[in-house]
Design a binder for this molecule. Sequence first.
Ligand SMILES: Cc1cc2nc3c(=O)[nH]c(=O)nc-3n(C[C@H](O)[C@H](O)[C@H](O)COP(=O)(O)OP(=O)(O)OC[C@H]3O[C@@H](n4cnc5c(N)ncnc54)[C@H](O)[C@@H]3O)c2cc1C
Length: 492
Amino acid sequence: MGEKNSSGRWKRIGWLFGAVVAVGVAIVLGVGGWPSGSLFDGVNKPCSCSQGERKSSGVVEGCCCNYETVDHLNEEVLHPALQELVKTSFFRHFKVKLWCNCPFWPDDGMCALEDCSVCDCPEKEFPESFRKPNHKGWVEVDNPWTNDDETDNGAYFLPHFSQSSEMTYVNLQLNPERYTGYTGPSARRIWVAVYTENCPKYPSEEFCQEKKILYKLISGLHSSISVHIAVDYLLDKATNLWGQNMTLMYDRVLKHPDRISNLYFTFLFVLRAVTKAADYFEQAEYGTGNPAEDLKTQSLIRQLMFSSELRAACPIPFDEAKLWKGHSGPELKLEVQKQFRNIRFLFPTRGVDYQLFLLSPTATSFLHHHLQLIGLIYAVLNLFSLCNITLHCSALMDCVGCEKCRLWGKLQVLGLGTALKILFSVDGPGQTLQLQRNEVIALMNLLNRLSESVKTVHEMGPSTESIMGGQHQTQNRQVCRLHKMLGGSRGS
Ligand SMILES: Cc1cc2nc3c(=O)[nH]c(=O)nc-3n(C[C@H](O)[C@H](O)[C@H](O)COP(=O)(O)OP(=O)(O)OC[C@H]3O[C@@H](n4cnc5c(N)ncnc54)[C@H](O)[C@@H]3O)c2cc1C
């Protein structure tokens, strides 16, 4: 009898507790929703229990090839050739300025790992021919899509690594793009600045293809960087165990169909630039003083440029001829061109040190919170010729607070600028393509990085999605069940 009473009491306590929890849940739902980032993230959103993830198939948006063809060509032709090409002496040595000050805010970002620093390229290691200014096929000409702060104005050889703001050579093979532990507000601030200032995501219906390109290119590059971080991740610092981080890959890329689509778009865009300039690349010289290796480089270039399989299956990966049409075409091109460079402010002004102003903490926080307003003020100042606004994408890369990330950030932005130049800046009569050696090294390495990411997404995507997506769906189902139990039709 006593036992029965006590079990009844426990049951009553149980029900009471349940009711309190349910009321609490209802209040939270009714008032403020669940804290973000929790299991219940989906409760306030339309309940999407029955919707599966959209798979990437059909034609890649904005391009002329479908996903299946891209995966096949990448697997069979592009990836193997590019992997070999970037190892050659010509393509593995990249010239870069790694130690410029960030012109926008104090350099506060750091990476958690020691090996995020870039290792030296000894003087005797990089090709002798790189020191000569006149290398057949490669010229130091300006690119309207980038500001050429990455050229060394005739100083072809600067052996000392430590000179800030000087160019140096880096062996890319010794400094792979991978997880560095560079994260938090500093890293996110760069991406936010790129997306809000430079490459906004336009509503899909409202804007023309031309205006959407920059966003897609940057987003595709961002996806690719995230894939590389996920594939080569420090899983256990204590034992120095490196491997794949599936959760990261799923959360940052695979569960976002638009980010996958943008990755494929960027890959096809850059591929089109490379194949469009095929004749130029075939004629150019890849000499490094090692005849056997130089022959191999030349042969790999031909293999890539004139692959019959590529030409048959995907002859025009991206059709740039459709763009910049109509009487507003040239204006539009200038506008988009400015946007790509639309990062850095140079102020040759009347004695006012804007750079110092921008570096002060108060100004940094003001700048951070009032980007639009600041943009407007600068535009007005510009109107009255108080200052000139010139913008460098690369300058924002100087704010990347980890050397290795900065190296690859700079290289890949230069690669994108080179692709834009090939596709959009040499189509008029009498215009001939001229490229810098460093631009081409950046372009091919960018294509290789994208090719690796596409391969990873293709190969690991389905298994990662079924594991992570399964977990995600279970959580989602639990949320929906709870949602229904509470009788809520909120958001659904
Ligand atoms: C130029 C650059 C190079 C970097 N290189 C490295 C590196 O080599 N190794 C390394 O470990 N870290 C690198 N980082 C840092 C890394 O990219 C992330 O910023 C960091 O890991 C923190 O990630 P996060 O989850 O905060 O989201 P982030 O990747 O910082 O993304 C910020 C926000 O952007 C949006 N977003 C994310 N992906 C996309 C996309 N594909 N398209 C559109 N929007 C998107 C999301 O809203 C997200 O919250 C680099 C950062 C920069 C700016």
